[in-house]
Design a protein around this ligand. Structure first.
Ligand code: SAM
Length: 318
């Protein structure tokens, strides 16, 4: 059906993201020893502005993720929504920054592939075994559960089913919780993403939601981005929520979050540690400074929190 084809195009975006990340790490933009086990080759060359864009995305998201874990002193859980082939769990473990439990949710087909990779690549399974107290991990075709890491197959548009599955694996509404969504909500209608964001704020009293996606889609450059995706059968169902930084904040504020903020990636790029930015800017010559600027102005990180336990979550920022 049409909607199966649309879901298939959305699932394919996960290969895209991972192969761009693999390529940028192969050039030295940041280090990720694990992505090679999910994406076989660095693949075709990506333009320098794409690599810099991914650098800002990964560093920006990691900055907030790590700040949240430090702020809660690891006494928290993380739920990565639409995690794809993300490697955060392994990198957090190596950095001694694991939350009590790290959850991932994605479509069954992606989850099955991820579990297969984990099963067959010792450097991936090693971290799971090391953080697990018994001899056996729970693993089947579409879920994996261990003491510190859990992967669940669910559709983010069916929030109640997803909640059921996560609770089966001990997702704890009483624990400070961080939700991550990186290039995910844009594939859902505004109603669907609002429902997801509302569920998170209704269910958790002390929580944070960090979202990365397109913004400023109404202008000429944004329209071209949308057309390019449509050419690959991919519709940005959520393009309406991606009109402006204000509409990003409003999605959270209208769904019961206490406070919300949003920055475009050009701004984030300027707030990242500038010695490292200077280092990556020397990696590849960039001709089209203006194109980079345009690109970065069309993505953003938005975040929101609820802080009943008064942990000082407003400090988790740039
Ligand atoms: N977050 C990862 C990253 O940034 O590397 C993957 C991003 S990829 C562009 C989008 C991911 O969201 C895909 O893995 C896709 O399968 C997942 N996704 C999109 N809509 C979803 C839904 N309704 N239910 C579950 N997963 C979904």
């Amino acid at each position: 059906t049409d909607s199966d084809a649309a879901d298939e195009a959305v699932r394919a975006t996960c290969d895209d993201a991972s192969s761009c990340k693999r390529f940028a790490t192969s050039k030295g933009y940041w280090s990720d020893p694990y992505i090679q086990y999910f994406v076989r080759q660095a693949g075709e060359r990506k333009a320098p502005e794409i690599n810099r864009g991914y650098y800002a995305r990964v560093q920006g998201m990691s900055h907030l993720l790590e700040a949240f874990i430090r702020r809660t002193e690891g006494n928290c859980q993380v739920v990565n929504l639409g995690a794809g082939l993300d490697t955060n769990f392994w990198r957090l473990k190596d950095g001694n920054l694991l939350p009590k439990k790290y959850f991932e949710v994605d479509f069954p087909m992606i989850v099955a592939r991820k579990i297969h990779n984990i099963k067959t690549k010792p450097p991936l399974s090693k971290s799971l075994i090391e953080t697990h107290s018994t001899d056996s991990l729970m693993m089947d075709g579409h879920s994996l559960d261990s003491d510190r890491f859990c992967i669940v197959a669910a559709d983010l548009r069916d929030v109640l089913d997803m909640e059921d599955k996560l609770k089966k694996f001990q997702l704890d509404p009483g624990l400070p919780t961080l939700f991550l969504s990186e290039c995910v909500m844009v594939y859902m209608t505004p109603e669907q993403s609002s429902r997801l964001v509302r569920w998170a704020s209704d269910t958790f009293h002390t929580a944070m939601f960090i979202n990365y996606e397109q913004v400023n889609m109404a202008d000429r450059f944004g329209q071209v981005m949308i057309e390019n995706l449509q050419r690959r059968q991919c519709t940005l169902a959520g393009a309406d929520t991606c009109q402006s930084l204000d509409s990003q904040k409003e999605r959270f504020l209208n769904a019961g979050w206490e406070s919300a903020d949003a920055l475009d990636m050009m701004t984030v790029y300027g707030l990242l540690p500038q010695e490292d930015v200077a280092r990556i800017e020397r990696l590849e010559f960039l001709d089209e400074k203006e194109l980079l600027q345009q690109l970065l102005q069309h993505y953003c990180i938005s975040w929101a929190f609820k802080d009943k336990l008064r942990l000082g979550l407003s400090q988790v920022a740039f």
